[in-house]
Every structure is written in C-alpha cells, then in structure tokens.
Design a protein around this ligand. Structure first.
Ligand code: HEC
Length: 140
C-alpha cells in the first residue's frame, strides 16, 4: 500500500515538473519571437522565415537556439542581437572571415565557441545562420 502511494506521489510530482518545464518553454519561445519581431522589419523576418525552412541552415539554427541565443537574443553584455541590422552592420564590415575567427577564438566578452564543445563547422554554421537573419549581402 505504502509503495503504491509512493509511486503515485512520484508520478504526480513528475507530472508537475514536466508541465512546469513545458510552460517555461512556451514562455521563452514567446519572448523570443516577440524580441525577433520587434527587432526586424517585416521584410527581413519574412526572409528569415524562408531561410529557417531551408535545409542547410538547420544545423546552425539548432546551435544558435541552444548555445548562442542565451546572449545574442537580447544583447547580453552588448552582444549583437539576432536579426538586428543596426547591431550587425559594423561587424559585417569586418568581413565574414573575421567574424568566424572571433566566434571560434573569442573576442572581448564573446567566449570562444560560445563556451561549448563545438566543432569549427558547427560554430561557422551558427555564424552563417545569424547572418542569414539579416538583410545584408554577407557573402563578401
Ligand atoms: C556568454 C555570452 C555569449 C554567448 C553564449 C555567445 N556570444 Fe557571441 N558575442 C557575445 C558578446 C558579448 C559579443 C560582443 C563582443 C564585442 O564586440 O566586444 C559577441 C559577439 C559575437 C560575434 C561578432 C564578433 C565581432 O567580431 O564583431 C559573433 C560572430 C558571435 N558573437 C557569434 C556567436 C556564436 C556563433 C555563438 C554560439 C556558438 C555565440 N556568439 C555565443 C556573447 C556571447
């Protein structure tokens, strides 16, 4: 009897934890979309939606969502915000090679590889994805 009560209790607690986690996800996701909408004009968010669908952007997108967004979503420590052309304009002028280098090796408060164990390809894919959210021609 005690055992079955215990497992009911555990199941109940698990259900509460899972629903709290889901709720947090929903809140974070909404905050994120809101930020994105505020930052980008309709044209560029239209463009980023198209790019999100494109297959080769996917790996970079996942990394940005799971690693880079933490700082780049809202400009933590003045990190250039995702989709903000004003924030990215002066950075893009340095050229993509420099941006790759800074993402890989760190730059001021930008931690090397976002402080995670990512391969060169993963970091570059993440940078590509970040740049794809902008309207600039970044293939220079
Ligand atoms: C701990 C917070 C943090 C995380 C996580 C983070 N960044 Fe940054 N990032 C920054 C900050 C702060 C800057 C601005 C640095 C400066 O200009 O002094 C920056 C700048 C950059 C720049 C511009 C560099 C330049 O030369 O202007 C790129 C590109 C970049 N980050 C890519 C990434 C990528 C890709 C990831 C995920 C793999 C990532 N960042 C994760 C904080 C972060």
């Amino acid at each position: 009897m005690a055992d079955s009560n215990n497992s009911k209790f555990i199941l109940g607690s698990l259900a509460v934890i899972v629903s709290l986690l889901l709720l947090t996800q929903v809140i974070l996701y909404n905050a994120w979309s809101l930020g994105e909408n505020m930052l980008s004009d309709p044209h560029s968010s239209e463009q980023s939606r198209q790019l999100i669908v494109s297959e080769d952007i996917k790996p970079g997108e996942k990394i940005v969502q799971s690693v880079c967004k933490r700082c780049h979503a809202f400009g933590m420590m003045r990190a250039p915000k995702l989709g903000s052309e004003r924030d990215w304009a002066p950075r893009i002028e340095k050229g993509k090679a420099v941006l790759y280098d800074h993402a890989l090796n760190g730059f001021n408060r930008m931690p090397a590889r976002g402080d995670r164990d990512l391969s060169d390809e993963e970091v570059k894919a993440a940078v590509d994805y970040m740049l794809s959210l902008l309207d600039f021609d970044t293939n220079k």
